[in-house]
Design a protein around this ligand. Structure first.
Ligand code: HEC
Length: 415
């Protein structure tokens, strides 16, 4: 049937075209974790949620709420389940419907840095900032852990033979043959920021801007200095390695000799998470939008603009400063979707009093009323010093003129 053969490619194109145009928009804060499995994209955000997306429609299929604080790691499990890890130190396992956890470890004092699934699909491994690695057996949820590094685990991934590779802030790359059984170890020349595995090769990104490949017995293979900025995100799959720098530049490299397929500068601020799909590279970061690029050449597949800062943009210096806040805070009275509480009516309001917003316990203990002076002080000294225990990430406005412009803007816009 020659007619059928001709029709098929045209139909495929028709179906593929709208899908390729969609970015994934819905998080209320920076996105720091991504995983792709076919048309299912899983993301973890500072807004304390993970979202399961249908990549063909661009819609959020499920919102997974359980963590207290940033969701720092996400991964698909066999059979449609999911696992998430958080700033709260918990590993949470979700059913296919993502409505409620089927298993969760207790709160821990140190955050989950990454998750990896063993190739046989039977064991999940998590690395923590206190240097431990924990494994969870997926048929019964038995947990084992061991001290893998002397400092933060910065990344971990399974090798095809089931062994586990991990990199730590103790400047070591280690290969584990099961819990606590060290198979190989090597010293690293600089601070690693992440790790992934493809085709038995371990790709490690570094703060100095280098990407290094290691063999499955921890020998150094090709390395490339991509930039003088820190590399902060990595994803490897099917012979490709994607890496992103703090300034948002993204590279896609062939995993054998690290030849560049493309280098792009999307210009949307820092990229904190990358994932490789069949035809798309997914990238997400500071502004909470998950953007797509063609794996073939890096062409943009979506057209998301920056979040709705424009609504409040009156062209002033204060509006410019506000851009950094708008990812997490709205000025609308009834905005509920963001990582932080709405700042509508902020002046004259005691701290931690927006109804329905789930503040950190520590904030309720503080005796602060928000005025132009106290909001300026918050960003002169930084949230860590001025509001200890706050989930708001540490940030400061060192220039007094920026602080003055911000509070002047809020005085005009926040009511
Ligand atoms: C990455 C997300 C994020 C960014 C960016 C951010 N904040 Fe926040 N902010 C939060 C969170 C989360 C809280 C609530 C803290 C908690 O409950 O521990 C908060 C709390 C606050 C509060 C206290 C609110 C209250 O009701 O007591 C103020 C004021 C504030 N932020 C102002 C700002 C301003 C101004 C900026 C920009 C200069 C900014 N924030 C940037 C996440 C953010």
């Amino acid at each position: 049937m020659p007619c059928g053969r001709l029709a098929a490619p045209a139909l495929a194109l028709l179906l593929a075209a709208p899908a390729a145009a969609l970015d994934l928009i819905g998080h209320g804060g920076p996105v720091g974790a991504l995983d792709v499995d076919g048309a299912r994209v899983l993301s973890g955000s500072f807004d304390t949620r993970a979202i399961l997306w249908d990549a063909t429609t661009g819609g959020a299929a499920r919102v997974l709420r359980y963590h207290d604080g940033n969701v720092t790691a996400v991964i698909h499990l066999p059979g449609g389940g999911m696992a998430t890890g958080g700033q709260d130190g918990r590993i949470v396992i979700w059913d296919t419907d993502g409505l409620r956890p089927v298993f969760a470890t207790p709160h821990g004092s140190s955050q989950v840095a990454g998750l990896s699934l063993a190739p046989d699909g039977a064991t999940l491994a998590a690395g923590f900032w206190d240097g431990t690695i924990a494994t969870v057996a997926l048929d019964g949820y038995a947990v084992a852990d061991w001290q893998a590094h002397g400092d933060r685990v910065m990344g971990l991934a399974h090798l095809p033979d089931g062994r586990l590779a991990s990199a730590g802030s103790d400047l070591r790359l280690a290969i584990w043959d099961g819990a606590d059984a060290l198979a190989a170890r090597t010293d690293l020349p600089d601070l690693p920021n992440g790790l992934d595995v493809t085709q038995g090769r371990i790709a490690v990104i570094f703060a100095e801007g280098a990407l290094r490949l290691f063999s499955d017995d921890a020998r150094l293979l090709p390395e490339r200095f991509l930039t003088d900025r820190p590399l902060v995100a990595v994803a490897a799959q099917a012979g490709l390695v994607a890496a992103a720098a703090l300034d948002g530049t993204i590279w896609l490299l062939e995993a054998d000799l690290l030849d560049t397929r493309f280098e792009i500068e999307p210009g949307n601020g820092p990229v904190w998470a990358l994932a490789l799909g069949e035809d798309s590279l997914f990238a997400a970061g500071g502004d909470g939008t998950i953007r797509r690029f063609a794996l073939a050449d890096g062409a943009r597949q979506g057209d998301a603009a920056a979040p709705e800062v424009e609504d409040f943009d009156d062209g002033s210096r204060g509006a410019e400063v506000w851009r950094a806040c708008a990812v997490c805070h709205s000025l609308d009275p009834d905005d509920r979707g963001r990582a932080g509480p709405t700042l509508h009516g902020i002046f004259g309001r005691p701290i931690a009093t927006v109804a329905g917003y789930d503040y950190s316990a520590a904030l309720h203990e503080l005796d602060i009323v928000w005025t132009p002076d106290t909001v300026a002080a918050l960003f002169e000294y930084g949230p860590e010093a001025y509001t200890p225990g706050s989930r708001m990430p540490e940030q400061r406005l060192p220039d007094p003129e920026d602080r003055a412009a911000l509070v002047e803007f809020l005085e005009r816009m926040a009511h």
